[in-house]
Design a protein around this ligand. Structure first.
Ligand SMILES: Cc1cc2nc3c(=O)[nH]c(=O)nc-3n(C[C@H](O)[C@H](O)[C@H](O)COP(=O)(O)OP(=O)(O)OC[C@H]3O[C@@H](n4cnc5c(N)ncnc54)[C@H](O)[C@@H]3O)c2cc1C
Length: 154
């Protein structure tokens, strides 16, 4: 019998506890990369679905920062009132897949999936964005993160 678990915490501290308990657990956003990659039966993996964490979804804008949460979908990006520098990211948000993919798929999932064709990567590089990892325990430049973490962040 499979021992794989599905967990859907509702706050970041619960999610971090899950990660501490099982560092190999797979973080799940919209699942639009994760599930299509598993069309053939394979070993079951435990997943940590972060879409129940309300504080991770959405875009907050303050005078010094624009923060895009890890559960923010492409449709959220499309609807946000962002400054002109974000036009390329907005353009990506209407080009990724179709509307169903845009409604489920997240920008974070796009870059964490490590596809060289990911539409979110060029605009985030052009914006010189930063990545906040593991509930603020680490903040790094997006370019460095791509180099040093090999596209996988925890
Ligand atoms: C029909 C179809 C069309 C598509 N078209 C495009 C396209 O035009 N352009 C494009 O770029 N992509 C496309 N995609 C790929 C996909 O939809 C996007 O990459 C999407 O943004 C992935 O987000 P997600 O939340 O669904 O990721 P998920 O599937 O949930 O996760 C993807 C990977 O990232 C990891 N991950 C997710 N979130 C985190 C996190 N917060 N921290 C650490 N790891 C994390 C997961 O473990 C998994 O390995 C398409 C997919 C489909 C099925």
């Amino acid at each position: 019998m499979s021992t794989a678990k599905y967990q859907r915490p509702t706050d970041i501290s619960q999610a971090i506890d899950c990660l501490k308990h099982d560092p190999a657990i797979t973080i799940l956003g919209g699942g639009t990369d994760f599930f299509p990659a598993r069309v053939a039966p394979g070993p079951a993996v435990s997943v940590l679905d972060i879409t129940g964490i309300a504080s991770l979804r959405g875009i907050t804008i303050d005078p010094s920062n624009i923060r895009i949460g890890a559960a923010t979908t492409w449709s959220d990006v499309r609807r946000a009132a962002l400054p002109p520098a974000f036009d390329a990211l907005k353009e990506a948000s209407v080009r990724v897949g179709g509307m169903q993919i845009q409604n489920r798929g997240t920008l974070a999932g796009n870059v964490c999936n490590a596809s060289p064709a990911a539409d979110g990567i060029p605009p985030l590089l052009a914006l010189d964005s930063k990545v906040v990892i593991n509930g603020h325990s680490r903040i790094t430049g997006f370019y460095n993160w791509l180099q040093t973490d090999g596209f996988a962040a925890r």
